[in-house]
Write a protein that binds this ligand. Sequence first.
Ligand code: ZN
Length: 194
Amino acid sequence: MVLKIRQAGEPVLRQKARPLSTDEILNRSTQELIEAMRETMHDAPGVGLAAPQVGFSLQLVVIEDQAEFIQKLPAEQVAERERSPVPFHVLINPKLTRLGSEDAEFFEGCLSVAGFTAVVPRAKQVRVQGFNEKAEPVVIDATGWYARILQHEIDHLGGVLYVDRMKSRTFFTQDNYGRHWKDRSIAEATGYDE
Ligand code: ZN
């Protein structure tokens, strides 16, 4: 079932999501929600979806960066973003810590801020500890684009949207990004007033 994706301004996107107990993770309604979120993410399409985006204030996200998305991008863009396929997986009650002090700046978007994009600085490398859909503990060390996806999705669970972290002068419509900035450097986009 494809769920309705909530847009910026819906209060649920600004609430702190609550953690799930082991019993709740395993119960049928959570398992059905996970399946519906997977279908909704594929339909959008997107590389991640957090439960608050479909109206549930729960610490639950789904992530998948499909090879077929990446194949459509210019090789140079894939390389500089350090983007490689990530199989479908579920993260519940995640705790994120940054590894190292290096940041990366790239344009990103959000299914809940439809039609827009902006440059967002993010940690290049992170560690996430949490649980999968079987309530088993998981630890993920991620770099590059996968690290960005994790930070973006886990932000949703704290009621944070990328617009809270973006370089606000790079807040563009997707159309204008494609028209004017797609092939220019991040430095040009962030410094276009100079
Ligand atoms: Zn988002």
